[in-house]
Design a protein around this ligand. Structure first.
Ligand SMILES: *Cc1c(COP(=O)(O)O)cnc(C)c1O
Length: 419
């Protein structure tokens, strides 16, 4: 039987724990050699790790919310307030409310929870959640938690965005069924394709519909990945400058180069009141967040890193990553049985390996590069593909190694086929 770790009767000396206290060379990200390609995960920016380390010993508890707060606050809470201003400004409105979350999932739960409460309290129940087949599963979680049963899929176009023509049709058809309360989830940086919904085009559709139809809509934008990518490349706006956008969730622990766990939820001022509960042990204070206690170090790490990088810092890092991605695509496309299925103007790419058995890379390659296959509709049929995120640790050498590994497998398959 497997030996289970026991809670020790007596404490263990510091010396015996040394290699756990200081992982140093003992630490390997995972068993086996290889490079992380499948997820937007990398070593954080050194300055972010340094700030984290410096603030953790103070263990400042950021319970509550500090955006738009006018009372005197300590340094980390002030940084959290200013972080919301910085990001709010980046997304079209520096006066929004918000707080530092544990990540994209919490931000999405907040969006759905507030959206549901808002629509119900103002307009009655029978809410219809609108999303696409590529919407992140945290929205599924949030809908389960909030008891939203009515979930409708909006078809996507060939660029893996919400198809705005279908979007309009969908809303008209739901209106004709008597549904008129919509909780819309738009995505800026779909995890599987890197693409973003056109908030601008959806805005036009909604303005047009509003002229003749009567309905209520709450829109939450899941910008977990794209929120710290798209503002730094030439692209459409997606933020609070569009009046129908109510809340945005972004993940600094992905493309913001911050250690886990760091997310940011933002919404129009006052919207968090819809989910507020009184704090029993603090008279007259309401809790307007999902998690309660959380470490102020995350806010400090974001604040310093974003100040340090600035827009040009983010742009330059992204340019280097996109250049590296171009190199990878060039190397992959030397083989014409490899197909690039989605190539957004970001540091991600989605690839299909035609020659592989059942279109799947062998397990050892999947493990070596932390790649997971998924089904994507491509030109009308189901296609298995792999998403790859080019993060700062990815080098030309690691890409060459990946390409060599893939070629080796192809040769073996070819050998087997002629024997
Ligand atoms: C990663 C991701 C999330 C979830 O974020 P966590 O930080 O893992 O909770 C939500 N939406 C999208 C689009 C994501 O890529």
């Amino acid at each position: 039987m497997e030996e289970r770790m026991k809670f020790p009767e007596e404490g263990v000396s510091r010396e015996e724990l040394e290699r756990y206290i200081n992982p140093g060379d003992n630490y390997s990200p995972r068993a086996g050699e290889g490079v992380f390609l499948g997820y937007p995960q990398s070593a954080p920016h050194p300055i972010a790790a340094e700030v984290y380390k410096n603030y953790v010993p103070f263990n400042e508890n950021h319970v509550g919310m500090f955006s738009n707060c006018t009372t005197n606050m300590n340094i980390t809470r002030t940084m959290e307030k200013q972080l919301i201003e910085m990001l709010g400004g980046l997304y079209g409105n520096p006066t929004v409310d918000g707080y530092v979350t544990s990540g994209g999932t919490e931000g999405n739960i907040m969006g759905v929870w507030i959206g549901k409460s808002y629509l119900e309290r103002k307009h009655g129940s029978d809410i219809c959640l609108l999303r696409t087949c590529l919407t992140h599963q945290s929205i599924e979680k949030a809908s389960n938690m909030c008891g939203i049963k009515n979930r409708v899929e909006i078809p996507m176009n060939d660029e893996y965005q919400i198809d705005v023509v279908e979007f309009e049709k969908q809303i008209r058809s739901l209106l004709s069924e008597g549904k008129n309360r919509f909780l819309l989830i738009a995505t800026v940086g779909y995890t599987m394709t890197g693409t973003m919904d056109s908030i601008r085009e959806m805005n036009e559709v909604l303005l047009k519909l509003k002229r003749t139809e009567k309905f209520e809509l709450y829109c939450h934008v899941d910008a977990a990945i794209g929120g710290l990518v798209y503002p730094f490349i030439e692209s459409d706006d997606f933020g609070f400058q569009f009046t129908f956008v109510n809340s945005i969730s972004v993940d600094p622990h992905k493309m913001g180069y911050i250690p886990y766990a760091a997310g940011v939820f933002m919404c129009r001022r006052g919207l968090q009141d819809y989910i507020a509960v009184p704090i029993k042990y603090a008279r007259e204070i309401m809790d307007k967040t999902l998690i309660s206690s959380r470490n102020g170090a995350a806010a400090a790490a974001c604040w310093v890193t974003f100040q340090h990088l600035g827009k040009t810092g983010f742009q330059n890092r992204l340019k280097a990553l996109v250049k590296m991605k171009q190199y990878m695509i060039e190397r992959l496309l030397e083989d014409d049985s490899i197909m690039v299925i989605s190539n957004p103007p970001t540091n991600m790419v989605c690839v299909h390996f035609n020659f592989m058995k059942e279109e799947l890379l062998p397990k050892w390659i999947e493990h070596k590069y932390i790649l997971d296959a998924f089904k994507l509709t491509y030109k009308g049929s189901d296609t298995l593909c792999y998403k790859m995120y080019i993060m700062p640790h990815v080098t030309e050498e690691s890409i060459d190694e990946f390409v060599t590994d893939v070629r080796r497998v192809k040769e073996i398959i070819y050998e087997e086929s002629i024997h």
